[in-house]
Design a protein around this ligand. Structure first.
Ligand SMILES: O=P(O)(O)OC[C@H]1O[C@H](O[C@H]2O[C@H](CO)[C@@H](O)[C@H](O)[C@H]2O)[C@H](O)[C@@H](O)[C@@H]1O
Length: 272
């Protein structure tokens, strides 16, 4: 008997279905904050040590396991050691990139990304961005991180409106996240990515686990799938930093360690 009981009837129905018919289920996960603990420098991010064993155990029993991340797909694979999970799909850059079996499909970035890349250092200087502000260049997107400044929230307040203006002039979208503002191509989000993957796989049940604002689009997608008769479970990797996801989730666990414990329990329930 599993100790995990979703607080919603829809969530309980979905978890029951995953347990009774795992071969029809898609299990999809965000990376940072869900599979990997949050760390000050994004380059130091690594999956929780329990992630790969748990995903490997489940991969043989379910229809598919996927990671849907704002990271470049290859970076998530490297930082997560995810190439050890057989059959895993990684949709990177909010679904623009696809990694499978060591093969990576990446479209060209739109020209606005190069314009933002050229302008961003000058914009941050003019605004007086505090020490510790860091630009992460993801090739398809630029992320401005404030976690390592003295006042991360204050820095986000200072930078938010001007970066939104810069993104708009370059034809890019703004993606706010945990102590970060991303300027990225519009037209794709984790909901579009998850819906497309679930449809392509013919998944009859979907679980999505996330922790950050960019994961709300995937929660929206789970709700749309439910309305179409596909049971879905919204799992939140909870933190004090983001409360919006917990409010929308069927089940909240305590950060990446809680996600791993949930996956280990699911694997035990499935007899693997
Ligand atoms: O979609 P995700 O897999 O959750 O990726 C979202 C962004 O995560 C990374 O930033 C976050 O994690 C860092 C490492 O723990 C942390 O330092 C930072 O404050 C967080 O915002 C990543 O750097 C971004 O590129 C991702 O888009």
């Amino acid at each position: 008997m599993t100790p995990y009981r979703p607080t919603t009837a829809d969530g309980r129905a979905a978890l029951d279905r995953i347990q009774s018919e795992p071969g029809r289920a898609l299990l999809a996960f965000d990376f940072d904050g869900t599979l990997a603990p949050i760390v000050p420098d994004p380059r130091d991010s690594r999956a929780h040590p329990g992630v790969v064993p748990a995903l490997r155990a489940l991969a043989d029993r379910v229809r598919a396991v996927a990671v849907v991340t704002g990271r470049p797909a290859a970076v998530a694979v490297e930082y997560g050691g995810l190439d050890a999970v057989p059959g895993l799909t990684v949709l990177g850059q909010y679904g623009r990139e696809r990694w499978e079996d060591g093969r990576l499909a990446v479209p060209d970035p739109p020209p606005g990304v190069a314009r933002v890349r050229a302008a961003l250092p000058g914009v941050l200087k003019r605004l007086g961005a505090p020490d510790g502000t860091w630009i992460e260049d993801k090739n398809h997107a630029l992320a401005v991180h404030t976690r390592r400044t003295a006042d991360p929230d204050g820095a986000l307040d200072l930078l938010g409106a001007p970066l939104a203006d810069l993104a708009e002039r370059a034809g890019l979208a703004v993606e706010p996240g945990r102590m970060v503002i991303e300027l990225r191509p519009p037209g794709m989000d984790k909901g579009v990515a998850l819906t497309g993957l679930a449809g392509a796989l013919g998944a009859e049940t979907v679980l999505f686990a996330g922790d950050d604002l960019g994961d709300l689009a995937a929660f929206d997608a789970v709700e749309r799938l439910r309305a179409d008769g596909v049971p879905g479970l919204k799992l939140c990797s909870g933190s004090a930093e983001v409360v919006e996801l917990a409010a929308r989730a069927d089940l909240v666990v305590d950060g990446p360690a809680g996600v791993v414990a949930f996956l280990e329990d699911l694997a035990r329930t499935l007899g693997v």
